[in-house]
Design a protein around this ligand. Sequence first.
Ligand SMILES: Nc1ncnc2c1ncn2[C@@H]1O[C@H](COP(=O)(O)OP(=O)(O)OP(=O)(O)O)[C@@H](O)[C@H]1O
Length: 583
Amino acid sequence: MTSIAPSAQRERLALLWRFARPHRRSLLLALLLGLGTSASGLVSPLATREVLGALGTGKSLADPVLLLLALIVVGAAMSWCQWLLLGRLAEQVVYDVREGMIRRFLQAKVLPLLARPSGELVTRVTSDSVLLREAASSSVIGLVNAFILLIGTLVLMAVLDWVLALATVGAIAVVTVLFLVLMPAIGVAQERSQGALGELGGELEGSLRAIKTVKAASAEPRQLERLLEHARQARAESVKAVRREALVWTIAWTGVETAILIILGVGAWRVDQGAMDVPTLIAFLLYAFGLIGPVMDLSQNVTTLQTGLAAAGRIAEVESLEVEQPPVVQGQARRPDQEAPIIELNAVTARYAPGVPPAVNHLDLSIPARGHVAIVGPSGAGKTTVFSLMLRFLEPEHGHLRLRGVPYSELDPSAVRRHLAYVEQETPVVPGTIRENLLFSNPDADEAEVADVLRRIRLHDKISELPEGLDTRLGDTTVSGGQRQRIALARALLARPAVLLLDEATAQVDGITEAAIHDAVRRQAEEGAVVTIAHRLSTVLDADEIVVMEASHVVARGTHPELLESSPLYRDLVDALRIRDTL
Ligand SMILES: Nc1ncnc2c1ncn2[C@@H]1O[C@H](COP(=O)(O)OP(=O)(O)OP(=O)(O)O)[C@@H](O)[C@H]1O
């Protein structure tokens, strides 16, 4: 039988407690209410005995009957309050867990985050958090409550008749041992099921994003099979958990039934012997039936706790995502040097994982505060890596980057990024309207600025024609690739960046988009710095300096005419661009 290591169990219990701890006052109150409800339940059989004992003796029944009624009302009121309290608390726990995970995602280092399927991460926020809900709130209370109720019932049973009580304890001890043996496997199966569900989420999200490719490749049946395989795995593991749960429940139920039968048999014998009266036997039987509640509660809550522990493990994994750290600066922070290049890379070496070849190697690059630097090079040369370094998605292994002379290591990642605007090659739109997309990097830009930038990228008329104008909602497919690029460029320009980083699309763009990008780059280069990863001849020709990269090194730099003279690789690249541009 597979089981979770006890140390991991303890860690997860500690984690569960961490989620519950901020609410310990509410938990304590809920526990007290639960105990109150249980106490009123425990007194009821004794009051019943009084009622039964008074029968035929001529004593008034009013007092014990009123007591019984009062116990029922008070018990019900306390149980209602506890329900509300725990329900609210459970939702708060779910919210806290979700908030923690969402924060972690947004603060995490970019590349490790991107390395994980996003759909899989989403399921941790949406579904694992729900599984934690009951575990971190009602199940703990339920366990304590049921345990106390169980002990209380057994004590009162012992007060009534210790021989019968001993027989009951024997039956319960057998059930408890079976419980402890069977329980951990439920947690394992639950965790595997949640894991398979997470993988399904990741794969499904990827498949939906690439749905055009899936259909164009007529790969629906294969993709369906892959997706359903994950769903089947989730089902198989859940069925395993259900089988265990069914066994546990059946054992619990049979244990209680057996205990009742034993009580009935032994009790009848003791009444027959004159060692016990009938009202006491009835009260005892009421307690025995009353045991069903706590025993079932115990098994239910232990199951919930196991599920919660499995979810806590998956949630804890999210916490292992490294976050971007602010720098540790000793002494006075260095002041920017206005004369220094806006960005400088000195002897920078970086790799994506230990042991793999460096993606850039001993790289020197200086970006002046004004002008346009184009980076060209064959695929895999390291061009995008240079951008990732500038944006601090990747940290160098050796060497330094500087922003206006201040080492990156002394700056907060967000302080660096405030000076940069980045237009990705795929130019994703963010969820929301065109306006929200445009104002994404500078929410304070006013209407006039927005209109000016839209004119510059030749989208003003197009957007004005839309019935909802700037408030039109954008989806990945509602705008053309060229329009998406222009929106992304407008978003970057509105941020009024010191450096515009533009990763040009490799796909053909329409004439309007090409001209719009060209004009925007030229104008931006007059006011600030532009660095492009150039895939178009017009962009290369426009650059003040061209940097040629090959196999993680800079192999040549200069102007277009200089490089045509000096660099055979550059000549080949330009020929390839020329051929592509004329296609
Ligand atoms: N996230 C990543 N994880 C691991 N390796 C990566 C990652 N991104 C890039 N690489 C590797 O680093 C090297 C440089 O890649 P980079 O993306 O910088 O090249 P590029 O010149 O931009 O190529 P392209 O023009 O095809 O985009 C390649 O060998 C690539 O396989």
